[in-house]
Design a protein around this ligand. Structure first.
Ligand SMILES: CC(C)(COP(=O)(O)OP(=O)(O)OC[C@H]1O[C@@H](n2cnc3c(N)ncnc32)[C@H](O)[C@@H]1OP(=O)(O)O)[C@@H](O)C(=O)NCCC(=O)NCCS
Length: 183
């Protein structure tokens, strides 16, 4: 089940602690902070190298740190790790974009992407945003949350700002998805 900020989960996966330790492990979703940036970029750029998302550098991450949320996993022995991140970028008065949504490979398919996405959508609602947009290769994740694929010609031009930074600009293989938020 998708939880809220500060919710504590049991250890979720193969980072691998033994069962006896599991109850002590903690997973929270919270706003990103400056010390998280290096780990966030490792996650994002790991997937960028596979062609799954846009690469990001420290300048982008620091300038936009307030847009990001992270999932932080603390193991039974007290070690902390950023295991997922994502951001909500406001583009205009009525629209915001989900960007850099990435879950550590060992923590995928455990509900973490859902927690991050719901938190970002909650942020959009609080801001009074009516529509949330995402570019993705794997639409199956987003469609579960009410996003629907939109033909390129229907996308407002302000959504293309990021695309001009993409090396695949002329041969884009991502799909634009949109969800209308109920007030
Ligand atoms: C896409 C991604 C963020 C999903 O995160 P996750 O933690 O693995 O997903 P969750 O476990 O929260 O899945 C939530 C639901 O979506 C489904 N889902 C997850 N990934 C899916 C996929 N690729 N295709 C279809 N459904 C998917 C899950 O089965 C689950 O469905 P359920 O509620 O019916 O059981 C993650 O796999 C990832 O980091 N991918 C690489 C980077 C990327 O493509 N980011 C998105 C573009 S910005």
């Amino acid at each position: 089940m998708v939880g809220t900020d500060k919710e504590t989960d049991k250890q979720i996966d193969s980072g691998a602690p033994r069962e006896a330790e599991a109850a002590a492990d903690v997973l929270i979703v919270r706003r990103a902070r400056i010390p998280d940036v290096e780990e966030m970029l490792d996650l994002i750029n790991g997937y960028a190298r596979l062609g799954l998302m846009l690469p990001r550098g420290p300048k982008y991450a620091y300038e936009n740190i307030r847009d990001f949320v992270v999932a932080e996993y603390t193991s039974a022995d007290g070690r902390r790790q950023v295991v997922a991140c994502g951001s909500l970028s406001v583009l205009w008065k009525d629209i915001a974009e989900i960007r850099s949504l990435a879950v550590h490979p060992q923590f995928r398919r455990k509900g973490l992407g859902a927690r991050i996405l719901r938190r970002l959508i909650e942020d959009a609602r609080e801001l009074g945003i009516k529509r949330v947009f995402a570019f993705a290769k794997e639409v199956g994740f987003f469609t579960r949350f009410g996003f629907t694929p939109r033909p390129r010609e229907e996308l407002p031009s302000k959504l293309w700002g990021e695309c001009s930074c993409c090396p695949k600009y002329y041969e884009c293989d991502e799909i634009g998805l949109m969800v209308e938020l109920q007030s």
